[in-house]
Design a protein around this ligand. Sequence first.
Ligand SMILES: [Fe+2]
Ligand SMILES: [Fe+2]
Length: 221
Amino acid sequence: MGRIGTEPGSAGAGWACDGARRDSVACRCAYGCRDLAFAVSLAGVFRCPPLDEPAQEEVKHGFVVAVLSSYICRMMKTDASEGFLAGVFHDAGRLVVLNALADYGRKDSRLWDPEVARRVGNGAHGPLGTLLLERWGLGGTVRECARHHHKPGQTDEPLATVVAMADYVDRLGGSTESERAERLSENPCPHGPGLSAAHVTALAGAADAARNDPMLGAIAG
Ligand SMILES: [Fe+2]
Ligand SMILES: [Fe+2]
């Protein structure tokens, strides 16, 4: 795995979300129509009332992880487009679970419980997502990230560590950029290389920008 650089001239130099990037974070991180089309189609494929709300949150989370994974890849001078795709699909298995529970819940409405979906998904979403992505014909790298993003040490695929970092940053949450940075400083990411203060600021800014991206509203409602 490459190193995230901060010195002038390195991939990470000057990497922060300024006002211009805020307005176009999706366009900077998605490489062409293919990546955005995947993000949009994922939201459209899984329509699962009455679990649409957690499904939409998963789609939003996938989008933010895609943006962050793409940013981290760019800093490391690795394939940012593949990083975006791996991020979009990393939790696709949770959408499969939500879809299944929405369906089975017509016979037993106790299954229409977001907490049940969360608990079922915790153990199942990695293998289920991997299976789904295989059926959809997506490549081995993206599948490895779906399977191992919670334990990236279990695979030799370095992108799984990138996705794990991005996933961790977004799951920490925070309603503002500074709150996100504070949480990340107080709860260092257990995956990948240690993050400098500059990286923490940059990742918090990128996550906040992605969460507030108008494109995300259009995708997930
Ligand atoms: Fe996950
Ligand atoms: Fe995730």
